[in-house]
Design a protein around this ligand. Structure first.
Ligand SMILES: NC(=O)c1ccc[n+]([C@@H]2O[C@H](COP(=O)([O-])OP(=O)(O)OC[C@H]3O[C@@H](n4cnc5c(N)ncnc54)[C@H](OP(=O)(O)O)[C@@H]3O)[C@@H](O)[C@H]2O)c1
Length: 288
């Protein structure tokens, strides 16, 4: 059995490799694949095999997938180029005769206003058209996306945003990594699309309350309009494009794009997902 994990040098990928090991996969059955050679060396210290890949260089993908039974394709980071990059990985997996490709997608990717979703939806279409046996893991937000927000909120006493009363069904990366490992090791997931989300979707008032509790300081949520949010972000030093993108994501949250009551994640990992406060706690370890 050979399981290739792409993006293994990243935050989620490293946790996925560890989750495979924790679930009993033999280290020699795992191929950790990524671009960063130093990070691959650290992974090799865990006993796994490694491969240097670049989604923009199909020959590296072909070489890495030789003999692979399963591939975890972790979505890339190059916005605007990702569908083509993921397509190259899917083609290479198909040519190599991979028996199961697992892809990390976005919530309700084919039916959402989420600004990040189109590249994931396009990848899902490529995957279905490829005829490869697949599983799609539509990961909701990582709680870790909000560590800086939590740090800042504790320092300033407020969370400012344009998400209104919208809810985010985030979970910790370790939860999604365990789910990916469970799907790779299990044998009942072919053809399935899972909406992976935290057990309890939270809104920013609840986020502020969690930060208040963790930091021991009063923290409140100050909702603003999209235009006000963009102006605040620009004033904080963000360039126009980034400020508009961040506000657009808050708009998606306001519209419910990250709300979810799916229990797929907790079922796959066999335990409750990491609660918001626990996911943010690392920020406050030294605050006491
Ligand atoms: N659900 C969410 O909240 C959320 C948030 C952020 C991102 N994401 C998505 O989830 C993915 C994993 O998240 P993460 O936190 O682990 O991200 P991350 O730490 O930035 O890791 C990204 C991984 O993608 C690899 N990669 C990027 N471009 C590549 C290319 N051209 N060829 C080969 N590998 C490439 C990187 O390899 P090297 O480091 O070796 O270059 C790295 O291993 C992200 O890439 C993004 O698509 C989801």
């Amino acid at each position: 059995m050979t399981i290739v994990v792409t993006g293994a040098t990243g935050h989620l990928g490293q946790l996925a490799v560890q989750a495979l090991l924790d679930r009993g996969a033999a280290s020699t059955d795992i191929v950790a694949a990524g671009r960063n050679v130093d990070a691959l060396e650290s992974l090799a210290a865990r006993g796994v095999r490694t491969a240097v890949i670049d989604y923009t260089d199909p020959s590296t993908l072909a070489a890495a997938f030789v003999g692979a039974d399963k591939v975890l394709l972790i979505s890339g980071t190059a916005a605007g180029q990702r569908a083509a990059q993921h397509g190259a990985a899917i083609n290479a997996a198909k040519s190599a005769g991979v028996g199961h490709l697992v892809y990390t997608s976005a919530p309700r990717a084919d039916d959402t206003s989420l600004v990040l979703a189109p590249e994931h939806a396009a990848t899902e279409v490529l995957l279905r058209d490829s005829q490869l046996p697949f599983t799609i893991l539509r990961n909701n937000w990582y709680t870790e996306n909000y560590l800086d927000t939590a740090r800042q909120a504790a320092a300033t006493g407020e969370v400012v945003g344009s998400a209104g009363a919208g809810r985010v069904a985030s979970a910790s990366r370790v939860d999604y990594a365990e789910a990916a490992a469970a799907v790779l090791i299990g044998d009942r997931h072919l053809g399935r699309t899972y909406e992976l989300a935290g057990d309890k979707a939270w809104n920013f008032e609840e986020f502020a309350a969690a930060v208040s509790e963790l930091s021991g300081r009063p923290v409140t949520y100050r909702p603003v309009t999209t235009d006000q949010h963009v102006a605040i972000l620009r004033q904080a030093g963000l360039d126009d494009g980034t400020a508009e993108f961040v506000a657009a994501l808050d708009g998606n949250i306001r519209d419910g794009a990250l709300d979810s009551s799916s229990t797929d994640l907790r079922k796959l990992i066999g335990r409750p997902t990491t609660p918001l406060a626990e996911g943010l706690a690392s920020v406050f370890v030294h605050a006491a």
